[in-house]
Ligand binder design. Structure first.
Ligand code: PRP
Ligand code: URA
Length: 207
């Protein structure tokens, strides 16, 4: 499929606040929510619409509706920071959770939790995680969703490393990746640079 870098000035402005190491927890959360909301416009561009009839003050006409068949699935923990922005624009979306953390030594994904909406196999899934680094967590979550029968997945992240993008596209060529920025690469600890540090810790104030 495709890799789409959403180079909107508002998004790049807010991302710069997130990168700043002096940005506090409150401001970090607010900016992440706002970016997620702005990205939603682009990410939902190809959503399937249902035709409905609507009656204007003048006549009956054809209108469109969406929302019933959309699921937003954050990868825990940091993905939670993107959910409010998405559902503020898609209020009927169902929400699933996949808990995967990255082992600090091996950088391999470690599974610990999953709860998905019923009929997930019939839904269009927007999988969200702010950070795409080695790609291990995203690939694990996409594998999980496909094993649950999901056929239509897009992945939305904030910052992506070229290494992670390449791995996801190689493993799951049918999944489009939307990101606010493709960064330079990974450092020796598997962190994205310039990146913004540990996103989960910055959202939840755990370090
Ligand atoms: C971070 C991030 C991704 C993952 C990306 O989560 O939110 O899930 O690392 O790295 P990868 O592409 O190399 O897999 P982390 O493991 O720090 O867990 P957390 O969200 O609970 O802090
Ligand atoms: N996880 C993060 O939170 N940040 C990175 O740079 C890489 C993985």
């Amino acid at each position: 499929m495709a890799v789409i870098e959403i180079n909107h000035p508002l998004i790049q402005h807010k991302l710069t606040h997130l990168r700043n190491k002096d940005t506090d927890t409150k401001s970090f959360r607010e900016n992440l929510t706002e970016i997620s909301k702005l990205m939603t416009y682009e990410v939902t561009k190809n959503l399937v619409l249902e035709e409905i009839e609507v009656e204007t003050p003048l006549m009956k006409t054809i209108g469109y509706t969406l929302g019933k068949n959309i699921a937003v699935v954050p990868i825990l923990r940091a993905g939670i920071g993107m959910v409010d922005g998405l559902v503020s624009l898609i209020p009927n979306a169902k929400i699933g959770h996949i808990g995967v953390y990255r082992d600090e030594e091996t950088l391999q994904p470690v599974y610990y939790y999953c709860k998905l909406p019923v009929d997930i196999d019939k839904k269009q899934v927007i999988l969200v995680d702010p950070m795409l680094a080695t790609g291990g967590s995203a690939i694990y979550a996409i594998d999980y969703l496909k094993n649950a029968g999901v056929k239509d997945i897009v992945f939305m992240c904030l910052v992506a490393a070229p290494e992670g993008i390449a791995k996801v596209l190689q493993t799951h060529p049918d999944v489009s990746i939307y990101t606010a920025k493709i960064d330079q690469g990974l450092d020796k600890n598997g962190y994205i640079y310039p990146g913004l540090g540990d996103c989960g810790d910055r959202i939840f104030g755990t370090k």
